[in-house]
Design a protein around this ligand. Structure first.
Ligand code: AMP
Length: 636
């Protein structure tokens, strides 16, 4: 009875089989990348035990997110670049993640804190950095780091790498996410997914891998320079960010700073004097970091400092350290309180706490987080520097189709919607929505006494359904005859984890119901999805103009229909001049429609509306009033 076109919700990874010889093409390796502010890491799934592992560069799996522009024109990344941070700060770029997707106006207040030159640009354009007379934007700079990570992975795995999953903070906005994606593209990577760092960290601990699980998770991420707290709700494998809070300028570097301050105080030298001597301050800061790290597993450290020609020997204890850093930790706990408030949940609702970032190794941090969240145990068994990359590798594995049960984490690649009057696409589930997804909307009829409705389902980003892909259509029969605008037709889309779309239409006044399932028969290739998206960008302007014209025409035609009805049924209630004037306005509106002139249509619609409004108020029944608003479906 229904004529379904094949459906195309394509999210499954595919295995290529050569039909000539039956050989199966080896699946591409997809790497997981933690592109961090200070350090970056790459991880993959170890095929022998299916566990994620970080890949290393010269036995070091952490790659400092630092780029050095050498005088000979070469660009160095990672440990080789870090060495130049103190000697040649003007040519050494760090913290580029803070600049990604941001304009100069966004970062203005901190622009001076970078050792390199950020171009002052009053516009809203993305910031640029000047290096040896050349300008670089943060996308290009990040792409150097990604290229280095890609090369490391290729060397370690002895295969070429083309696909990746990259993590970003949960609070990253669209332009920061897009910038990250573009950086990946520039590095020669097809970025299959941008994943939130807290989601990746939870995945690394296996949280969310069980479909039945429903949990609230707090991810406490204290790195070198930033602090983030993210509250997540995990339901049926979907990670929902409930709230984020944090401080982009609080982290382990502050611990080092307060240690130096404490030392100066106890030795009796002014911190201000030390800070003026940049190289001495750096030396002390590095020593403080070393001591801090040791205090994560010891109760005291023997220190030896040389300040202004004098040697100082002393024992630095965990007690002194805790005293110095308590106020910084308290600040992070305040952020946690605010995150709970914003999420509208209580402490008791948090089921698990995941610790991320090098500074979560500090015993007092662990103690305070446990106390605040009232937990005896936290998730800190994995290396807190690796946990995000490890989770990214798991996400990559899911996308590779190796964990079929976990397709739940996916999103729809293209929007799903129905055709409304005038051939317009009305999106019900927007692209990139999480799967499974349920969404719906109410519609009404455009013609009196309409008893059948055609519901046509489409996929795509274009404004007119003709430019999108038809997935199927069905008919809602047996609607009791009612005036136009009276029926309330509720259309619900349910996209399940396997990519099957169920469409349900119910006329609510009469409870007439019809449901269909549109099963995927074949998928769209990545190229097809890409070209559909590209076409939507290319045609965005003309599409929008076409949509606006159709909308204006539809509204005008509805008004003509209602006015004719009004004149036929109620002419005796109107004066002769009122009828004449209405007819004149009607014919002007018809002329504007015939000419496809949107401005004229809008103007004439407005005039006719204005003129007939008092009649409507006097005479029209509520059905006509209803019909003048809301979206209409074509009559069968
Ligand atoms: P991240 O930004 O996550 O790489 O974190 C880097 C921060 O973690 C720096 O401030 C490091 O000094 C700090 N860190 C690394 N290892 C330790 C450790 N064992 N104990 C305390 N802090 C550490």
């Amino acid at each position: 009875m229904f004529n379904f076109a094949p459906c195309i919700i394509s999210i499954l990874a595919k295995i290529s089989i050569n039909i000539k010889d039956g050989s199966i093409k080896k699946a591409d390796t997809i790497i997981g990348i933690d592109l961090g502010t200070t350090n970056s890491l790459v991880a993959v799934i170890n095929t022998t035990n299916q566990q994620p592992i970080c890949l290393s560069e010269n036995a070091e799996n952490i790659v400092p997110s630092i780029i050095y522009f050498a005088p000979d024109g070469t660009i160095r990344v990672g440990a080789a670049a870090k060495a130049h941070l103190i000697m040649d700060p003007q040519h050494t770029i760090y913290s580029v993640k803070r600049l990604l997707g941001r304009s100069y106006t966004d970062i203005q207040s901190h622009a001076n804190s970078y050792g390199y030159k950020i171009i002052e640009d009053e516009t809203k354009a993305m910031v640029r950095v000047e290096m040896n007379g050349k300008f670089y934007n943060p996308i290009e700079l990040s792409s150097y780091i990604l290229k280095a990570l890609k090369a490391n992975a290729e060397k370690a795995l002895n295969t070429s790498i083309k696909k990746a999953v990259i993590t970003v903070p949960a609070y990253f906005n669209d332009s920061q996410r897009q910038a990250t994606r573009d950086a990946g593209k520039l590095a020669g990577l097809d970025v299959l997914r941008i994943v939130n760092e807290p989601t990746a960290a939870s995945l690394a601990y296996g949280i969310g891998l069980n479909k039945e699980e429903e949990k609230c998770i707090a991810v406490y991420d204290l790195g070198g320079g930033t602090f983030d707290i993210t509250l997540l709700r995990i339901q049926q494998g979907v990670f929902e960010v409930l709230s984020t809070n944090g401080d982009t300028y609080t982290g382990g570097d502050d611990f080092d700073r307060v240690i130096v301050e404490q030392w100066c105080q106890s030795i009796g030298v002014l911190i201000g004097t030390i800070e003026k001597n940049k190289s001495l301050y750096q030396q002390l800061r590095l020593e403080a970091e070393r001591v801090k790290k040791e205090l994560s597993s010891k109760n005291f450290v023997d220190c030896e400092l040389e300040i202004e020609g004098r040697k100082h020997y002393f024992k630095y204890t965990i007690k002194q350290f805790n005293l110095a850093i308590q106020a910084i930790i308290d600040k992070t706990i305040d952020c946690c309180k605010r995150a709970l408030q914003d999420a509208g949940i209580s402490l008791k609702e948090i089921d698990e706490v995941v610790m991320v970032g090098g500074s979560t190794r500090v015993p007092l941090v662990i103690e305070c987080v446990k106390a605040f969240f009232q937990k005896e145990n936290l998730h800190n068994e994995l290396d807190p520097d690796e946990v995000v990359a490890l989770g990214a590798a798991i996400e990559a594995d899911i996308l590779a189709g190796n964990r079929k049960d976990l397709l739940l984490l996916d999103v729809t690649p293209l929007s799903l919607g129905i055709e409304t009057i005038g051939g317009l696409m009305d999106t019900i589930i927007p692209r990139n929505s999480k799967v499974p997804q349920k969404a719906g909307r109410q519609y009404t009829t455009s013609v009196d006494g309409q008893t059948n409705l055609k519901i046509a389902v489409y996929q795509g980003e274009r404004e007119l359904v003709n430019d999108n892909r038809k997935l199927g259509e069905f008919i809602l029969n047996n609607i009791p005859a009612m005036p136009a605008g009276f029926p309330k037709i509720d259309i619900q889309f349910l996209l399940n984890a396997d990519g099957i779309l169920k469409v349900n239409a119910t006329e609510l006044r009469s409870n007439t119901m019809q449901e269909i399932a549109i099963k995927p028969q074949y998928g769209l290739t990545d190229q097809e999805v890409e070209s559909m998206l590209l076409a939507s960008f290319e045609h965005a302007e003309s599409d929008m103009a076409a949509r606006l014209l159709v909308e204006s025409k539809t509204e005008a035609e509805q008004l003509i229909y209602q006015c004719n009805k009004l004149l036929n049924a109620n002419a005796t209630f109107l004066t002769e001049s009122e009828v004449l004037e209405t007819e004149q306005l009607l014919s002007q509106l018809r002329k504007a429609i015939a000419e496809d002139n949107r401005d004229a249509i809008n103007m004439q619609t407005e005039r006719l509306n204005e003129y007939t409004r008092p009649f409507a108020e006097r005479l029209m029944d509520s059905a006509i009033g209803n019909a003048l608003t809301g979206k209409k479906l074509d009559a069968l």
